[in-house]
Ligand binder design. Structure first.
Ligand code: ATP
Length: 263
């Protein structure tokens, strides 16, 4: 029997979202395959977050469909699921790493509880086992074991992001959404976090959809890239191809602007 590697994990069909009269994103189409990292790039207001929120069912789009291949190999239309089913997906099969740790962590409960909570939501009740798994994940994200009982509000920004990653990956998700996960961090902290994400993605074979305005982040992490402008996808393809040989004037401008910043 063929494994599902050759079939898309996510199929996005003509997705559009309007906030009243105001365009969020329009006619977005793409497939995401297992183990693939897709970066969505574009300037502020181009529709990246709207699209990510639609894909993760936090917004129900005005139009279009998204099909998700579940663990049994069946394709579910996300927007025909009940809210309870969507919530279960978000807690189990999916992860969501937010730009601001305060949106993705509980800042006043311990690091261990932040990681263990997702396991408990899945029905795990064995305290010792949950703590061991949490310790294991803290080690994977390079947080010292003796910080397990400390609350993330006492952590640095980089540590908080690493903890957020542990909290999301502990349930062994198949698809992780990331919204500017390195935004607002110092360059050296950013580099360490990107390195960690890259390592975990390859070790765990994760599929990732990452929103970033930073083309260097997209270049480092993604296999494929989608460039958005005014709510529409104006260019997509393999990351190296798009960044080395952009066809659209807007993408050329984005690429040359980072070259100028870097030079
Ligand atoms: N809640 C909302 N109500 C009305 N319009 C909105 C809302 N959220 C976003 N928009 C509009 O939708 C468009 C796309 O915004 P979106 O936040 O998706 O862009 P973005 O590329 O993620 O920008 P940024 O990088 O600044 O987060 C923008 O014109 C924005 O003003």
């Amino acid at each position: 029997m063929s494994l599902d590697q050759d079939l898309p994990l996510l199929s996005v069909k003509n997705l559009s979202h309007f906030y009243g009269q105001h365009l969020g994103c329009k006619n977005v189409n793409f497939d995401l395959y297992p183990g693939e990292v897709l970066a969505i790039v574009g300037e502020s207001g181009s529709g990246k977050t709207t699209l990510l929120n639609c894909l993760s069912t936090q917004i129900i789009p005005t139009d279009g469909a998204v099909f998700y291949r579940n663990r049994k190999g069946q394709s579910d239309n996300l927007y025909e699921m009940s809210e309870a089913q969507q919530r279960i997906l978000l807690r189990t099969d999916w992860g969501f790493v937010r730009q601001h740790p305060r949106d993705g962590l509980r800042m006043n409960v311990s690091a261990g509880a932040n990681v263990g909570e997702r396991l408990m939501a899945l029905g795990d009740r064995h305290y010792g086992k949950i703590r061991d798994t949490a310790l294991d994940w803290l080690e994977k994200v390079e947080i010292q074991a003796d910080r397990i009982d400390d609350a993330p509000r006492t952590f640095s920004g980089g540590m908080q992001q690493r903890l957020q990653i542990a909290r999301n990956l502990v349930t062994n998700p198949r698809l992780v959404f990331m919204d500017e996960p390195t935004g607002g961090l110092d360059v050296s902290v950013q580099a360490r976090l990107l390195d960690l994400i890259r390592r975990l993605v390859s070790e765990l074979g994760l599929s990732i959809i990452i929103v970033t305005h930073d083309l260097a982040v997209a270049r480092l992490l993604s296999d494929r890239i989608m460039v958005m402008k005014d709510g529409k996808v104006i260019e997509q393809g393999l990351t190296d191809q798009v960044l080395d040989d952009p066809h659209q004037a807007y993408t050329q401008l984005l690429v040359s602007s980072i070259l100028h910043v870097g030079s």
